[in-house]
Design a protein around this ligand. Structure first.
Ligand SMILES: [Zn+2]
Length: 596
């Protein structure tokens, strides 16, 4: 083994020598690293990775197809005849593809053929996976099957993203670096995902709803992880939040709060919420190990309830800290008739309003709230950006609406004499699409759309539908809402149908506090990663804390097109590692550290 490269060496070596060092990152395609080297110096490996992805993006479709076609088939002829590059042999061997059973081998060959016929290029998968330690053959085959169903344009992008991931892992090997903290967080998340509610656990699905046995076991594991990581105080509060405190260098300091939720939706992903707990826990573990203290108390909270699954009490965990706990919730029952009060008692919580009200924080004690969260969307993944700076959590408005026309015979009513309620909604739906797109960063959805009692041979007389309209600030959202409602009125008048609308939800946008957003920006920039600012389309615990203190969020790229609320939700330990480093930077730059 030769000694590992350093970034300094790479930045200062003559180009041919540096190119030789980077040989093999991209299969049979040295032009990518050569073009990247022309842009030296690299600020970090993350910087180099991003540059290379950009070079492939700019190279155009023909060059991209050539790059993809330079790759061997998975478990294909080249593997069998031992004609792979050293890197590919190592990767396919590590994934156990050389030890396929005859059935698995036959399945992979059939998939290879089907894939190549559909897309015209070989299936490429970073078989070392998001943790770098290898996917199982079953996972590989399942991924292969899913990707076969993708749209060809999307699949081209997915192939390139896998190629960049392969290059990332190969680059790490060359530099002898591993995302140590990212791996640590990854492993904690795997461990935590072993707890799941009955009925889901058996099926290998992750479901952790408020105060079930699995939920309490998850809380205990988080508690233990915090203790093992050197937190000074760890406790479970009256609503089941796990609260860890890492004390400041001097007593009486203000507090910085962070955290996210550990409950999940049904059959959800392992990272939604939980990433925002373990990333700061890893930061405390590092501070504690180095004997360092911050000039402020650092409070990491694993919120017990955010998803509103077992009880309709969304954001219960973070809401309780700002004095928002609806007393009626205690009497609310779940699908099995168990009241929240009973569930709390069963979990050993006091189950009294007094204890819950005592959780309310004094905003004056706090510097602010920051939250790390997986993006839950496709944007960062598509742009090859590992991290995103959240500018605002979108404000949203929801309506349930109904259009009433005239139900009539589908055979005898001429087209120009109809009062079709569903067509009025169809017209509105297309308008919503255009109107939201016009803003660039607004979104509008008609998610429920039904014709009550409709039948094949009847012109729809009624159509019930919902509207979900969101934008990064309230003014932008309200302007869109006004336009959409005005359009609905116009359409209905023209078509001679009636409509009703009822607002069912209204949440204010939560723009990031400029100074905290800037701290995230400096932290991300310090990693050599480009800044990408974006609104959050989904709601988060930070929205609640926003009501009483400044807040700002950091997003981490999700794999699989950023899918979330789904078992395919995933992120790499390399991206998690960058999130930990960004958080460390934010903590230490904000007032510096002190040794014990
Ligand atoms: Zn979440």
């Amino acid at each position: 083994m030769t000694a590992s490269l350093t970034l300094e060496q790479l930045n200062t070596a003559p180009a041919p020598e540096a190119a030789a060092w980077l040989a093999g990152l991209y299969e049979h395609s040295p032009w990518i690293t050569e073009a990247a080297l022309a842009q030296r110096p690299f600020r970090s490996l993350a910087h180099l990775k991003h540059l290379m992805a950009g070079i492939v993006r700019e190279a155009g479709r023909e060059a991209q197809l050539t790059l993809i076609r330079a790759h061997p088939e998975l478990a294909g002829k080249a593997m069998v005849s031992r004609a792979l590059t050293a890197e590919s042999t190592n990767e396919q061997g590590k994934a156990g593809l050389t030890d396929c059973t005859p059935d698995e081998f036959a399945r992979l060959q059939a998939l290879n053929t089907a894939y190549n016929t559909r897309f015209g290029f070989p299936f490429i998968l970073a078989v070392r996976g998001p943790r770098g330690t290898g996917m199982s053959r079953q996972e590989i085959i399942a991924t292969f099957e899913q990707r076969l169903a993708n749209h060809p344009d999307f699949e081209l992008g997915e192939a390139l993203r896998n190629i960049h991931r392969i290059a990332e892992l190969r680059l790490n090997d060359k530099f002898g670096v591993a995302p140590r903290l990212g791996n640590q967080v990854w492993d904690w998340q795997e461990e935590l995902s072993k707890f799941s509610d009955p009925g889901y656990l058996e099926k290998g699905q992750l479901t952790v709803t408020y105060l079930t046995d699995a939920h309490r076991a998850a809380a205990r594991l988080i508690e233990q992880t915090m203790r093992d990581s050197g937190f000074d105080e760890v406790s479970v509060d009256a609503v089941g939040n796990v609260v860890g405190r890492y004390r400041a260098a001097a007593p009486g300091a203000k507090i910085l709060m962070t955290g996210s939720h550990y409950d999940t939706v049904r059959n959800g992903g392992k990272y939604d919420g939980r990433l925002g707990i373990f990333v700061p826990v890893a930061c405390v573990a590092e501070l504690s190990r180095a004997g360092q203290r911050l000039p402020f108390d650092f409070e990491v909270i694993a919120f017990a309830e955010e998803e509103g699954q077992r009880y309709k009490a969304t954001f219960l965990g973070s809401g309780a800290l700002i004095g928002q706990f609806n007393p009626a919730w205690l009497e609310q029952t779940d699908a099995d008739g168990i009241s929240m009060r009973e569930a709390m008692q069963h979990a050993g919580l006091p189950a009294t309003l007094e204890a819950i009200r005592a959780l309310q924080r004094q905003p004056a004690d706090y510097l602010g709230f920051v939250e790390v969260h997986i993006e839950q969307g496709p944007v960062l993944n598509e742009l090859d950006m590992p991290l995103g700076i959240v500018t605002s959590i979108n404000g949203g408005v929801r309506y349930t609406c109904e259009v009433t026309g005239m139900a009539s015979h589908a055979g005898t009513t001429p087209m120009n004499r109809r009062r079709d309620a569903a067509l009025a909604v169809a017209e509105l739906a297309l308008y919503v699409e255009q109107r939201a797109a016009r803003d660039g960063d607004s979104v509008g959805t008609i998610g429920i759309w039904t014709v009550p009692g409709g039948s094949t041979n009847v012109v729809p007389g009624r159509c019930q539908f919902t509207l979900d309209l969101r934008a990064p600030n309230d003014a932008q959202r309200d302007a869109m809402v006004a336009d959409v409602l005005a359009e609905l009125k116009t359409i209905c008048e023209r078509r001679g149908v009636h409509h009703t609308t009822e607002q069912t939800m209204r949440a204010a946008a939560a723009p990031s506090a400029p100074d905290w957003q800037q701290r995230w920006e400096k932290a991300v920039d310090s990693l050599g990663v480009p800044l990408y600012r974006m609104p959050s389309g989904a709601g988060h615990d930070a929205m609640k804390l926003h009501e009483v203190m400044p807040q700002a969020m950091l997003f981490v790229r999700g794999q699989n097109s950023g899918i979330s609320h789904n078992p395919l939700e995933s992120t790499t330990s390399d991206d998690i590692d960058l999130a930990v480093q960004a958080f460390q930077h934010l903590l230490t730059q904000f007032g510096g550290t002190k040794h014990d």
